[in-house]
Write a protein that binds this ligand. Structure first.
Ligand code: ATP
Ligand code: MG
Ligand code: MG
Ligand code: MG
Length: 480
């Protein structure tokens, strides 16, 4: 089943169940101080759950573009290294605002997966909230358990803790227990070795979560206490690319038709082949993923820039350029050439990508050109530094010089060094950075270099977003 059909079957199924079908909201958030990008399907409906507004229809369904590159949900470092976390992905969702609750949500999820999509129930596991003996003192979700057991044998219903099975928007607000649906698409031989039960929630590439059904029945108040909501809501989110993987009988999201046209084009442009060499494969996955994130952000009005959300986008783009440069030998711009494929493939479901194609191509090409110049110079110098390094740590002073004089990103230095089995003296680097800041303050002039701003944003200005800092840290310390 082609991805296009998967998406439309999901939507028409819920349309038949009297849901209004709405288009994806833009992924970029302009007015939310707590969030830069939509990172879950429920975000555009937050106000309805909080009771601050009423939707036209109290049942909705959609496919929402989500980006998980910052804040609480940051999957950036997984992307390319695993085969089922993306930066940008589509979350298929059905919503009940004070209308139906657990019984229907579970019944319909089951009907859709096993009858409409024909997924064998013997590859499915479901989870229910086991309760908590902390200050919330929550009971096990026996209501969900009893509903599930009408559909699936009890040895496939697993109990999960608060981390996996109690969903909260943030420190305050609507929340509740959830049930997740996981698939086990391993071969019979692999299944005989280890039970799928033991792999649910264990980061196994073929035992993955596909759908989360959240039963919103509480509100967490500012003082941390839970109160029962007068209206109970349903919030579900299913990973579209993961569902396509299951339905297309492949083992990786990248082997679905959501990604293969992009991957074929990357192969053509770079004369590399996907599936032969792990490093090349990672690079190809990173690029095919990141170009989607960047293109859709630009289409939604967020151009790469030096601060805030624009900076996050710039970093994603540069990460893609770097992988192309290092592992696919692409020394000239090429990401922008993928936009055409993306627009052909996604333009029907997301017309914004088609409408903005020319702009997206121009912006990406320009970004690539400018970053490639930096990379070229910086890499030569970094290699010289590596040759001169005795021991396993590159001094903070050298790294700082590279950063300060040549504008070479520090997180990139750390990444390249870690790939060569070397460490970077981060403490030394920060001391030099601090000294330089003091110097420039004294001279009452601030550097406007991107990468300087990154560190400043993360440490000073954007601390409230908790996102840039998390990004920087993760990137710097990633182990290969
Ligand atoms: P995981 O445990 O796999 O990281 P999650 O529990 O963080 O997923 P939810 O917040 O429950 O995910 O989101 C709902 C659904 O969205 C998941 O069941 C999954 O199918 C999908 N999903 C979540 N994160 C990603 C991602 N980074 N890329 C692709 N799909 C994702
Ligand atoms: Mg996750
Ligand atoms: Mg999960
Ligand atoms: Mg989940």
């Amino acid at each position: 089943m082609k991805s296009q059909e998967v998406r439309s079957k999901f939507l028409s199924f819920f349309e038949e169940k009297k849901h209004g079908i709405v288009p994806s909201a833009p992924m970029v958030l302009k007015d939310d101080p707590t969030l830069m990008f939509v990172n879950a399907g429920m975000v555009p409906f937050k106000e309805y759950f909080l009771g601050n507004g009423k939707p036209k229809n109290n049942r909705l369904a959609d496919s929402q573009k989500c980006l998980r590159v910052s804040g609480k949900h940051n999957d950036l470092e997984e992307v390319g290294y695993d085969t089922y976390h993306h930066t940008l992905f589509e979350m298929l969702g059905n919503w009940s605002f004070g209308d139906y609750f657990k019984k229907e949500a579970i019944a319909w999820a089951w009907e859709l997966l096993t009858e409409v999509f024909g997924i064998d129930k013997d590859i499915l596991y479901v989870t229910v909230f086991e309760g908590s003996d902390d200050s919330d003192n929550l009971k096990m979700d026996t209501e969900a358990y009893d509903i599930w057991k009408q559909y699936i044998s009890e040895d496939r219903i697993l109990k999960g803790n608060k981390k996996d099975n109690f969903w909260e928007m943030g420190d305050q607000g609507p929340c509740g227990p959830c049930s997740e649906i996981h698939v086990d698409i391993r071969s019979a031989e692999e299944k005989a070795k280890v039970s799928g039960k033991d792999l649910v929630n264990e980061d196994h590439p073929q035992v993955v979560e596909i759908w989360n059904l959240v039963f919103m029945q509480y509100n967490r108040k500012a003082n941390g206490v839970l109160e029962a909501l007068p209206n109970k809501h349903i919030d579900t989110g299913m990973g579209f690319e993961r569902l396509c993987m299951v339905l297309q009988g492949v083992q990786s999201n990248y082997d679905t038709d959501v990604f293969t046209p992009l991957i074929r084009e990357i192969e053509t442009i770079t004369s590399k082949t996907y599936g032969k060499n792990e490093e090349v494969d990672i690079a190809i996955r990173v690029i095919s993923d990141h170009v989607r994130a960047v293109a859709f952000s630009i289409a939604d009005g967020q151009l790469p820039s030096n601060t805030g959300a624009g900076y996050v986008i710039r970093r994603i783009l540069r990460r893609a350029v770097r992988y192309g440069f290092t592992f696919l030998d692409k020394k000239e711009p090429f990401l922008y050439r993928l936009v055409d494929v993306l627009s052909t493939q996604m333009g029907k479901a997301f017309p914004e990508i088609k409408a903005q194609k020319q702009l997206i191509e121009n912006v990406i090409k320009e970004e690539e050109q400018s970053f490639l110049r930096t990379l070229d110079q910086g890499l030569v110098l970094l290699n010289r530094i590596v040759d001169e390094t005795k021991g396993d740590t590159v001094s903070g002073e050298k790294a700082f010089e590279l950063y300060d004089t040549y504008g070479f990103p520090i997180d990139l230095s750390a990444l390249i060094l870690s790939e060569k089995g070397l460490k970077l003296d981060e403490k030394g680097f920060n001391e030099h950075l601090q000294k330089q800041k003091e110097r420039s303050r004294a001279a009452s002039e601030m550097s406007t270099d991107d990468w300087t701003i990154l560190v400043e944003d993360a440490e000073e200005e954007f601390i409230g977003y908790d996102s840039l800092q998390a990004n920087v840290k993760l990137t710097r310390y990633r182990k290969v």
